[in-house]
Design a protein around this ligand. Structure first.
Ligand SMILES: Cc1cc2nc3c(=O)[nH]c(=O)nc-3n(C[C@H](O)[C@H](O)[C@H](O)COP(=O)(O)OP(=O)(O)OC[C@H]3O[C@@H](n4cnc5c(N)ncnc54)[C@H](O)[C@@H]3O)c2cc1C
Length: 305
């Protein structure tokens, strides 16, 4: 099957397919060269799309909200599958569970929790991106991680099909989860606690207020660039190594939170990577600690997990 047949398949399933799509349009950093091809399938077409891409030997990666990635300037080889059309939520009010498709935004889930008086997700309030991305990176804040509310995760696995995994199968760690290569999170069941909507709202408002006072949430960033080493915040190390306000081109270490790098408008992935290098060298020089990236770096010259 060639591109023509791939296009025909997409037309028959009403899948939006784009060629040479600039990834800067799909990342919170507003950085990233073109992906050879991009797809926006719903869940019912995903496994067939993956099968066709595999048969054609076209590499593919999956992206949710694009809020935790740096895409290199020379773009992405092969296919990018976006999950934004996989965004249904089924609610079981009695059991306080939500069955959520991976492309749902965390914000939509949190709004649903408030409306229905479900507690447990408050610590994730204000984190942008999708449920799939949050699970892939075990997103968290204020001492809370998404793994705390996960009951099970449905994965689409190559040569296996759809498989339900438990929390222990996912082996969640700080900002990571065990996802077999080339697998896609399709959906997850979250188990929450019944509470008064007004109380849930109150806690969310407090977390969002705190987040806004500490993080440059309105600027173009990808959240924390580096993982926190054991028992110390990476932001503190970067700050104490004298890196706040440091720049490479139009990328700047935020003066508000040193572990956030801001794109002031014309920043490139090369600038971003240069600044990461400079900052990690300064931290190593001063503290002897090697910082590990939290953001995922994607693109033609490599993929750092
Ligand atoms: C202003 C700001 C504040 C932030 N604050 C926080 C915070 O407090 N805590 C925190 O943890 N993070 C934070 N982040 C980072 C980011 O928002 C989260 O990590 C978020 O959960 C990423 O979700 P996403 O859908 O955008 O993932 P993406 O950036 O799209 O993808 C990230 C990774 O997940 C993989 N992935 C995405 N969807 C799937 C899927 N369906 N199946 C398999 N793999 C998938 C991708 O391949 C990629 O490797 C912040 C970011 C910003 C911009």
């Amino acid at each position: 099957m060639g591109y023509e047949l791939l296009k025909e398949f997409c037309i028959s399933r009403d899948i939006d397919i784009r060629f040479d799509e600039p990834m800067s349009r799909h990342t919170s950093l507003k950085i990233g060269g073109p992906a050879d091809m991009t797809f926006f399938p719903d869940e019912s077409s995903l496994s067939e799309l993956k099968r066709i891409l595999a048969a054609e030997r076209i590499l593919s990666i999956v992206i949710g909200g694009g809020t935790n990635i740096l895409v290199r300037d020379n773009g992405i080889e092969g296919a990018v599958i976006f999950t934004s059309k996989m965004n249904n939520i089924a609610l079981n009010a009695e059991r306080a569970t939500l069955n959520i498709e991976a492309g749902c935004s965390l914000q939509k889930v949190i709004n649903m929790c408030v409306e229905n008086g479900f507690g447990g997700m408050e610590g994730l309030a204000g984190i942008p991106g999708s449920i799939g991305g949050a699970i892939a990176g075990n997103a968290g804040s204020f001492g809370f991680e998404i793994k705390d509310v996960i009951k099970s995760v449905n994965l689409l696995m190559p040569d296996v099909g759809i498989k339900e995994l438990s929390v222990s199968d996912m082996n969640f760690q700080y900002r990571s989860a065990k996802i077999p290569p080339d697998s896609i999170i399709l959906s997850a069941v979250l188990s929450l606690k019944k509470d008064e909507p007004v109380e849930v709202r109150k806690r969310i408002d407090e977390f969002i207020k705190e987040k806004k006072s500490k993080q440059p949430v309105s600027k173009a960033s990808a959240g924390c660039v580096f993982k926190n080493p054991k028992d110390i915040a990476a932001g503190r190390l970067i700050d104490e190594a004298g890196c706040k306000g440091m720049r490479a081109g139009d990328i700047e270490v935020s003066a508000m939170h040193a572990n956030f790098f801001i794109n002031n408008g014309k920043g490139t992935a090369d600038d971003f990577l240069k600044l990461m290098d400079t900052v990690s060298s300064k931290v190593k020089e001063k503290f002897g600690i090697i910082l590990e990236p939290e953001i995922r770096i994607l693109g033609r010259s490599g993929y750092i997990e």
